[in-house]
Design a protein around this ligand. Sequence first.
Ligand code: ADP
Ligand code: MG
Length: 503
Amino acid sequence: MRFESEAADLVPEWHASPVRRRALAVLLAKRFKNACATRDLRIDAGGQEILRRSSCEVGEDGSVVFRLGAQLPGHGRRIAGRQAARLLCEALPDAADAALAVGEEEAERWVRHADDVAALREAVAAAGLVAFVADGSMLARRSGVDDRPLESGVPFASPESMAVEFTLPHAGTVRGMGIGPGITLIVGGGFHGKSTLLRALESGVWDHVPGDGRDLVVADPSAVKIRAEDGRAVTGVDVHAFVDHLPSGEDTRRFTTANASGSTSQAASVVEALEAGSRVLLIDEDTAATNLMIRDARMQELVAKDREPLTPLVDLVRSMADDHGVATILVMGGSGDYMDVADRVVLMDAYRPEDVTARARALAAEPTGRKVEAEGFRMPRARVVDPRSVSSEARGRQKIRADGTDGLRFGESEVDVRSVEQITDHSMTSGIGLAIEAAVRRGWIDGEATIAQFLGRMEAELESGGEAELLRIRDVDFALPRRYEVAATLNRIRELRVRRAEE
Ligand code: ADP
Ligand code: MG
């Protein structure tokens, strides 16, 4: 349903920039949803994130397109004509009119918020920080299935030593905790808010609706959540830095398995994220493989290094940061070994962060007898995807279908993306499926370009007019993903075939 700018009648300043148009489109989709008097009209209004969605687009000229589903009333296979006419000729335009009759106060709140977050992201990057959490933020959610802010929670307050201030165009000066590059360790007792902070950072790659509580929480746009995921498929990934001399004698420079273990799956996910261009890794002990994270002095004594295929991350993160500019933010309440390598240590105490870096340094000065197990980290070599292995068409299968956030079908084959935690919802899963299909059809995946090259190309193409690009593949609800979600999904396709790029 399309409204030309005269009909939509929006104030020109509201759609004066891409970030404003994106925010306004989300607002209009949400208003449309609220205005729907009937369940037979369904619009994808999304959750707490502000994403580019197919459900509503605001054009540069102020035109508005709504794309939604209508369930035509009927009896058996016959459509009830009069009711259907009412739905399409009354309920539908009524909802659209109500959505477009947005008041000045509400619209201004959304577009100003969009300006502020965009300015904050720029300022945070310019300050050399990888993340920022504003004072007063509410990071906790109502429940595991309700992503709205916890109303009675403890608001965030930065420790003095980590506090930074930025001036935003509308909100003025905001203060909060700035997280710099290198290695950041989040410690604290169980149930003190560590994972909640990390989850807010994971979500900080997206903008949020005003009033979300994470309004001014931002993370580096390349931040990727890494976790263990036993059972996943891995195809030709160089996990050698983490996994060497397997008992099977397999070459871990091109590690392939249909059934990875906790540790090898996590190692593969780290390497794949770096290959896709991520420079900030987010890891939570709750979902990490312990044997890939740490090995303490006693275990080093008991099990000889040549009997242990794994090199723990604790011995690699320093080189990742120093030699390759990869920052790591990790939650680790159960082991002190990361104090040896951390640049800063944040203690969560009853949901309040404290800077305990100095105390951690003093503790780390006492040797534990632990030996460093690696010389350094080498960036993975680039891989090239065989387009035939990921094309649903070439395999004689037509449909890409998203089955909730947890799975994606490529024809008959299922891609399990349940552990790709930054995928926000069903529509993003669809967007990923369409993006991969577009990449094959348009030749961004051409059997020559490396994964990073094709992702760069795809990102540029989707940035300008991605909605139209993906709608050409299939007319379904979708949200535009980042390159990292696309890469993570691609890497989980069980039929994937890759080759090493020539040096
Ligand atoms: P940890 O990872 O340290 O064990 P979690 O982050 O899982 O702790 O938080 C434990 C509980 O506390 C969760 O139910 C979470 O929603 C709640 N919580 C987290 N932060 C806050 C806060 N700022 N105010 C109130 N409750 C919070
Ligand atoms: Mg936790």
